[in-house]
Design a binder for this molecule. Structure first.
Ligand SMILES: *Cc1c(COP(=O)(O)O)cnc(C)c1O
Length: 460
C-alpha cells in the first residue's frame, strides 16, 4: 500500500486498511456468500477496497468501517438482484416473456423431480435393454393431443422453424405472405431465419391481403414449401384477408409442402375465439405444424413439431438435431404435462386457462383486504391479455388494484420491484396498477403481506 505513513486526515495514526479475508469472514456477508458464492463476494470486496484506495479513503473509525461494510453490501445486493429469483407478475399479461413465460404447474414439476435427480431411461429401451430413442412417449402424447401422425421436440420454436426450413427447403424456394413477415421479440425475424436456413424466400400478397391465388401463382418447379406464420404480437384490423388454408392445401401440387408456424401451442383450450388451434391446421391440410412449449401449452421452453410421419423422420435425421435436442428435464416435464392435459386435470391446464378461473376468487380476496388498505388502494375492473406473442387482439376480464399514493407512479413501480419478492406492476393513466389475474394463488399471501407493509411504511 502506497498510502505512506500518515493517513488521509494527517493525524499520524496508522491507517487501518481492512483485509479481504477478514471482511469475507464477517457475519454481515454470510447471506451474500450463500446467494453469490465466496469467489463472487471476494471480487466485490476487492473492487470496493480498490476504489477506497484510489480515493485514499482509510478506515480510521467505526463509522468509516460501517460505511465500508454498507458499500460492500450494496454492491452484493445489486449482484444478487441479477440472480434468477421468484417475482410476482402483476402486469395482467399472463405469458410474459420477460417473466419466464408460462409458469409450470407445481404438481407437474414435483412429479418429475425424482426422475431428474436420479438416472433415467432417456435413451435406453427398458423392454429390450438396448439403446433406445430419446423421445420416449412424448410423440405419442402430442399425436393424441393434435391428431398428428408423429411429433418431435426441439429446444424452442425458433429451432423448429429453422429445422423445417433447412431440411425441407434448403436451396429451394419458400413462399411466405407479406402479411406474415413478422419479428417475434428480440431479433427473430422470419426473413433472417429463412436466409440462415438456406431457403430462398418468395414473398406474396400485401401486408393486409394475401389470397390462395397469390400462393398458387407463385409456385415454380423450384418451390419446396409454403410457410404460414401466425401473426404474433400484433393484429391487423380493418380491410384484411388471409388465404383459406384448406383451399391452398387442396390446390398445392405434389412437390410442394405446407407448414404452419402456429406459435402459441393452443390446442384444447376453449377460451380463444380467434386463435386457430394447432390440430385444426393439421385437419385443414398442413403437412407440419410447429409451436412453442412454454406459451399457451403451459410447459417448459421447447419447440414442438407435429404432422406427417415421413417428414418428422426426415427432420429428426437433420445433423443439427444434435444441437437442437432437449435434455430430459424438458422431455419429462412435457410428458407429465401432456398426460395430465389429456386426462383433463387442472394441473394439465396452461397458465392462460388457469388465470381465467381466478376471476371471482381474486375479487373476494381483494374485497377482504381493501378496508385494511384504506384510501390508498381501490379495486377496479381491468383486462388481461394472454401475451407472449399469442392472441394479440383478445382481452379478457380481470380485477386490478389501483394505488393512490402521493408520489410519481414510476417511483412506486421501482419500489414494488425492490420488495423482498419483487412485484412487477404496470402504469395505466399515470396510476400504478396491480393486476390480480396474473398473481398465482400461492402468491396471494405474499402480495397481501408485502403490500400492507409497503403502505404502512408509506403512511408513517
Ligand atoms: C413465439 C413464436 C416463435 C418463437 O418461439 P420460441 O419458442 O420463443 O423460440 C416463433 N413463431 C411464432 C409464430 C411465435 O409465436
Amino acid at each position: 500500500m502506497e498510502a505512506g505513513k500518515t493517513n488521509a486526515k494527517g493525524t499520524g495514526a496508522r491507517p487501518r486498511f481492512p483485509q479481504v479475508g477478514q471482511l469475507l469472514d464477517s457475519s454481515f456477508l454470510e447471506n451474500a456468500i450463500t446467494r453469490l458464492s465466496r469467489p463472487l463476494v471476494t471480487d466485490v470486496i476487492r473492487r470496493v477496497l480498490d476504489s477506497y484506495r484510489k480515493q485514499r479513503r482509510f478506515i480510521t473509525d467505526d463509522k468509516e468501517q460501517a460505511q465500508l461494510e454498507a458499500d460492500i453490501l450494496f454492491s452484493c445486493q445489486k449482484l444478487i438482484r441479477t440472480r434468477q429469483s421468484r417475482v410476482i407478475n402483476a402486469t395482467g399479461t399472463v405469458i410474459h416473456t420477460n417473466l419466464g413465460r408460462s409458469p409450470i404447474s407445481p404438481d407437474v414439476w414435483d412429479a418429475v423431480a425424482e426422475l431428474n435427480t436420479g438416472y433415467n431411461n432417456l435413451e435406453i429401451s427398458l423392454t429390450k435393454g438396448k439403446r433406445g430413442e430419446r423421445k420416449g412417449l412424448v410423440n405419442h402424447l402430442v399425436s393424441a393431443l393434435t391428431g398428428a401422425e408423429d411429433a418431435m421436440v426441439v429446444n424452442n420454436n425458433a429451432s423448429s422453424v429453422w429445422l423445417l426450413l433447412n431440411e425441407l427447403s434448403a436451396g429451394k424456394e419458400v413462399i411466405v405472405s407479406r402479411g406474415e413477415q413478422i419479428q417475434i421479440g428480440g431479433g427473430f425475424r422470419i426473413p433472417d431465419i429463412m436466409g440462415m436456413a438456406g431457403a430462398n424466400m418468395v414473398e406474396v400478397g400485401t401486408s393486409n391481403i394475401t389470397t390462395a391465388d397469390d400462393y398458387i401463382d407463385a409456385i415454380t418447379e423450384n418451390t419446396a414449401l409454403v410457410l404460414m406464420v401466425h401473426r404474433s404480437n400484433f393484429a391487423i384490423r380493418g380491410f384484411t384477408e388471409s388465404a383459406d388454408i384448406k383451399e391452398v392445401a387442396r390446390r398445392l401440387p405434389e412437390h410442394v409442402l405446407l407448414a404452419v408456424d402456429q406459435g402459441s401451442g393452443l390446442v384444447t383450450e376453449t377460451f380463444s375465439k380467434e386463435e386457430v388451434p394447432a390440430d385444426r391446421y393439421l385437419r385443414q391440410g398442413a403437412h407440419l405444424v410447429c409451436f412453442s412449449g412454454d406459451k399457451i401449452l403451459g410447459g417448459p421452453q421447447a419447440g414442438i413439431i407435429c404432422g406427417d410421419k415421413e417428414l418428422v423422420k426426415r427432420l429428426e435425421k437433420n445433423p443439427m438435431m444434435r444441437a437442437f435436442r432437449p435434455g430430459r428435464i424438458v422431455y419429462s416435464l412435457l410428458e407429465e404435462l401432456l398426460v395430465r392435459k389429456l386426462n383433463g386435470e387442472d394441473s394439465g391446464r396452461g397458465i392462460a386457462e388457469r388465470a381465467q378461473l381466478n376471476l371471482e376468487a381474486n375479487h373476494q380476496w381483494a374485497e377482504q383486504l381493501l378496508p385494511k388498505w384504506g384510501n390508498s388502494v381501490s379495486l377496479l375492473e381491468d383486462q388481461l391479455v394472454v401475451g407472449g406473442g399469442t392472441l394479440p387482439d383478445e382481452y379478457y376480464p380481470s380485477w386490478s388494484l389501483e394505488l393512490h399514493l402521493n408520489k410519481p407512479a414510476n417511483k412506486i413501480l421501482d419500489e414494488l420491484r425492490e420488495l423482498e419478492v419483487s412485484i412487477i406492476a404496470v402504469i395505466r393513466n399515470d396510476k400504478v396498477r396491480i393486476n390480480l389475474a396474473t398473481i398465482l394463488p400461492e402468491d396471494r399471501d405474499t402480495v397481501a403481506r408485502q403490500l400492507t407493509n409497503y403502505l404502512l411504511e408509506y403512511t408513517q
